[in-house]
Design a protein around this ligand. Structure first.
Ligand SMILES: [Zn+2]
Length: 447
């Protein structure tokens, strides 16, 4: 029986470079085409936008899709679930090899368009199709994709359900079951249950936080943590800088609201801040108050920092890039004394982010914090909650959908193992109904 199969192309052995292919008879649907940036960053002189796909594959930075040559069938669509780079970052390098449209939600589509525009090596002419969450698109006569809105750490994220004559394949990468999101809607549990009742042949699921016990705290908690740090102080006049994920629009929106409560002007700085924030504003995902300032270019950022020093730090709330200590980011330049902003004793630096647990980011972050502290900064760390489901959220999702087969994806072996143990508790059997796939493997399913 080789009518429907799952190809693990990338993201099964690691965090990043996600790519899966679903084979349905003679047709193939690709899910996500992501990049793994830490594999690029170890090479100091790497300029991604000029690099060739094969070079990036050799570096382990993008999925090795050369294995697709051995898979029978024609690619009919490339479906991306959200705008994080580990889901869309390889599109400029790989999509042109397939004569197929790229289907994603409007915000994700806007980010994909920017990615393609920045590419200097390849011409990517695939049609871009913006499909709203809740919508369904007919890919072929008997295959369609349905987008189900789901909370995650970037707006307009969806679970993709591929409906086929053999049953549906649900691709849940990435998600959290947040019942009180601060932007966007909570999961539509009725729709998820309905799809489960109709019969899901296979669920491909992210496993990032499957080893963490309990359930992921709601984004509302992160907002209250931020409010407590920024407003709950007797030293409300000092300089404060927030750094967070530029793509986390809900978090940026919370910071804007809290800045208003503080009577400070929110000032967003950095190219990525400008990119994600303006795209979200243009498409109507957030409204920006009149006094919000946004600066992308380095010279504009430095001018704004100079103005903040002159007018008084207590009037502004700068929101900057650099939470992982990325070289060249604004916070790193501030820590090096390379901007007009001078950190003084008692100034506060608020990290509304976790530390990505790779040795390189740990080292970068250590250097950044140490330099800031030497200038007198007070550090507020981990004012953050995750955008990925914890173990008991996975348990709920699995029991709600009741897929015949479940396939852990989007994580390393330890993450998959934790997921598989949970799935075994729910009655699944390793090798029969819960499957461990490695990059490059293909699994044919018994409908
Ligand atoms: Zn994500």
């Amino acid at each position: 029986m080789e009518d429907i199969g799952i190809v693990a192309v990338g993201g099964y052995n690691e965090m990043g470079r996600n790519m899966t292919a679903v084979v349905v008879g003679e047709d193939i649907i690709i899910l996500d085409m992501g990049i793994r940036l830490d594999r690029v960053q170890i090479h100091e002189d790497a300029e991604i936008d000029r690099m060739h796909s094969l070079e990036l594959i050799d570096m382990g930075a993008i999925p090795d899709d050369t294995i697709m040559r051995d898979v029978n069938g024609t690619v009919r669509a490339i479906v991306c679930t959200h705008g994080h780079l580990d889901h869309i970052g390889a599109i400029p390098k790989l999509a042109h090899r397939y004569n197929a449209p790229i289907i994603s939600t409007p915000y994700t589509t806007a980010l994909i368009r920017q990615q393609i525009d920045e590419e200097k090596k390849f011409k990517v002419n695939n049609p871009l199709i913006a499909l709203k969450a809740g919508g369904t698109y007919e890919i072929t006569e008997d295959i369609s994709v349905e987008f189900i809105s789901i909370p995650h750490s970037i707006v307009d994220s969806v679970i993709a359900v591929i409906h086929t004559p053999y049953g549906s394949v649900m691709y849940a990468c990435d998600f959290k079951l947040d019942r009180a999101p601060t932007l966007g809607e909570s999961p539509d549990f009725d729709v998820l249950k309905k799809i489960g009742q109709d019969g899901v042949l296979a669920m491909i699921t992210e496993t990032t936080n499957s080893a963490r016990s309990g359930k992921t705290p709601s984004e509302t908690i992160a907002k209250e943590m931020l409010r407590d740090v920024l407003l709950g102080t007797e030293e409300s006049h000092v300089g404060m800088i927030v750094t967070t994920f530029a793509s986390h629009i809900a978090r940026l929106n919370a910071i804007i609201e809290i800045a208003e409560e503080m009577g400070r002007i929110p000032v967003f700085m950095g190219r990525s801040m400008e990119k994600y924030l303006l795209a979200a504003h243009d498409l109507g995902y957030i409204t920006l108050p009149d006094d919000v300032e946004i600066y992308g270019q380095r010279k504009d950022v430095d001018k704004a920092l100079k103005k903040i020093m002159e007018d008084g730090k207590e009037k502004y709330l700068p929101v900057v890039t650099g939470h992982q200590g990325e070289p060249g980011s604004i916070l790193v330049r501030i820590s090096n004394g390379e901007t007009p902003f001078k950190v003084e004793s008692g100034d506060r630096i608020i990290f509304s982010a976790n530390i990505i647990p790779s040795p390189m980011t740990r080292a970068n972050r250590y250097a950044l914090e140490t330099k800031l502290k030497m200038r007198g900064a007070r550090i507020y760390d981990d004012v953050h909650v995750s955008g990925h489901a914890y173990r008991e959220d996975h348990w709920e999702m699995l029991r709600m959908v009741q897929p015949t087969h479940v396939i852990p994806a989007h994580g390393d072996l330890a993450m998959h193992s934790a997921y598989i143990e949970m799935a075994e508790d729910a009655g699944y059997v390793l090798g029969e109904t819960v499957h461990l796939l490695r990059n490059g493997e293909i699994l044919f399913l018994e409908p």
